[in-house]
Design a protein around this ligand. Sequence first.
Ligand code: FPP
Length: 223
Amino acid sequence: MKHIAVIMDGNGRWAVKRGRERSVGYRFGARALMRLAEDFLSFPISTLTVYAFSTENNKRDSKEVSNIFSVIASFLLSEVFPFCQKNGVALRFIGNLDALPDDLKQIVESNPAVSGEKTLVIAINYGGSDEILRAYEKMKEKGIVRPTEKDLYDNLDTAGLPMPDAVLRYGGYKRLSNFLPLQTIYSELFFIDKLWPDYDRSDIEKVISDFSDIKRNFGGNNA
Ligand code: FPP
């Protein structure tokens, strides 16, 4: 197992259940992400991808969108960048980053170029269908007229990353919500019946252990 991808759902509900504003849930969700990042250092995987904001999240009211962006911006600067620098974790962003508000775009562009054995991938303004359209445009620009599957994968935002072995979704719903549709074709799906801010290390330890019992044949036979 190399790569785990996580859908961090249920932040707003976590806060509302406690009589707090939804934005409080995003701050606690970001703290849970930092706990996961610390745990990632000792998990036997090289890549961790988290879904921080989807293209569809732009349909929410503008105050909520700006609250989420402001939590993401402040945690990137105060927590994620220092964490990656301190621990030698490479950081990569996927999604339609050009369309982010200028201040967040500048922060994303100031990503400290750390190289390391582990990669943290943060999906911001990411949507699988949008990614496929952008891959199509990239291939057109490169003069690729009849793309192979390899061309397609090489032009996705995730080019060069391993395919996720497991996708975990928190928050109670059993759907992928436009998250890595082409990359998850053979991923094992785990639905964790908790709200994201309640993340605990044991959630992933259980997934890693359950995963080791699963026989994967990628559509081939079991030989
Ligand atoms: C969906 O849950 C989650 C989001 C729209 C945003 C998640 C973002 C974070 C946890 C912050 C990440 C921080 C960094 C630095 C990348 P929801 O709150 O919409 O869930 P609900 O309304 O269904 O409860």
